[in-house]
Design a protein around this ligand. Structure first.
Ligand SMILES: NC(=O)c1ccc[n+]([C@@H]2O[C@H](COP(=O)([O-])OP(=O)(O)OC[C@H]3O[C@@H](n4cnc5c(N)ncnc54)[C@H](OP(=O)(O)O)[C@@H]3O)[C@@H](O)[C@H]2O)c1
Length: 273
């Protein structure tokens, strides 16, 4: 994998331009696989996340904008994308995800990984991130390991109008239920605030598109890590964010761009005025 942006000494040299004079980051080889440590450095949360919640999304899309194939994202991903997916989890306090992605992708609890253990301990984080599932119906199988066997309790985020028996079932499984809406629906900004109240500021959402669209519309998405997969699928698959259209498009800025085997690993931050 190689870094294409920001342009480094090595990249500039490679392109035959004058280098910046700065020493290349030793941890970032121009070719070959990056270590998980190098990836974790490249994707570290910004310093602002120490003070206030920072919501990052990680999504993959084909060239023609499909966010899934045959109902899953795996066919449009690759091994390096999955390494970055794992790294982003390794850096997060909590992974927020819509219930349909949990149902369709068969979510399990996040693992404690040796590669991130020292970094997590130094940041005061638990061994693995919590998973936070957003649902109005609470039509979830609460006997699954995601709810009954996590290293750190799984959150279920719902509205106060959600079915009381299902809230009871969620609590009975060991999940912690957070109420973040007046009806059954969750308000995106209240979900972020509820997690921040529990001390979670390094937030990661893995979608899906219906959920991501609400984080965008709610103005709470700070960063998007988007993998552009060199594939075309045609058809009418969802794109990475759905729901109601923003009145004015939200402007993001490129923070970094990595490339391997035609896959582009982009990182965009919301433009601050
Ligand atoms: N390309 C990628 O990076 C990527 C990432 C993730 C997922 N995906 C794909 O996307 C598909 C699933 O995504 P999706 O957009 O259909 O679903 P989703 O966003 O994962 O989940 C939608 C569900 O979340 C709950 N939900 C959403 N907004 C809510 C709100 N405001 N309040 C309460 N609950 C809310 C509802 O659950 P209830 O029905 O339980 O009420 C809703 O049915 C799958 O095919 C998956 O493979 C792709």
């Amino acid at each position: 994998m190689r870094r294409l942006f920001p342009v480094t000494y090595e990249t500039a040299d490679h392109l035959g331009r004058e280098g910046t004079g700065e020493a290349p980051a030793a941890a970032e080889p121009r070719d070959g696989a990056w270590s998980l440590d190098a990836l974790a450095d490249a994707y570290a949360y910004p310093p602002q996340a120490a003070e206030a919640p920072w919501l990052r999304a990680n999504m993959v899309s084909t060239l023609d904008g499909a966010a899934q194939h045959d109902g899953r994202s795996q066919p449009i991903s690759n091994d390096t994308d999955m390494r970055i997916f794992g790294t982003l989890r390794g850096l997060a306090d909590v992974v927020v995800v819509g219930a349909q992605t949990v149902r369709q992708e068969g979510y399990r609890p996040a693992r404690a990984r040796e590669a991130f253990a020292a970094r997590r301990a130094a940041a005061g984080q638990g061994a693995a991130p919590s998973i936070a599932v957003i649902s109005a119906s609470l039509d979830l199988d609460f006997t699954l390991p995601l709810f009954t066997e996590p290293l750190v309790p799984t959150y279920v985020i719902t509205g106060s109008g959600a079915p009381a028996d299902r809230i009871g079932a969620a609590r009975g499984s060991g999940a912690e239920v957070l109420l973040a809406g007046e009806g059954a629906a969750v308000e995106a900004d209240r979900a972020v605030a509820a997690l921040a109240e529990r001390g979670h500021r390094r937030l990661l959402t893995e979608g899906g598109p219906r959920m991501l669209g609400q984080f965008v519309a709610g103005g709470v998405l700070d960063e998007l890590c988007l993998t552009v997969s060199p594939m075309l699928t045609a058809g009418d698959a969802q794109r990475i964010a759905g729901g109601s259209v923003l009145r004015v498009p939200e402007r993001f800025e490129l923070v970094s761009l990595l490339e391997e085997d035609g896959f582009l690993f982009t990182r965009y931050g919301r433009r601050r005025h």
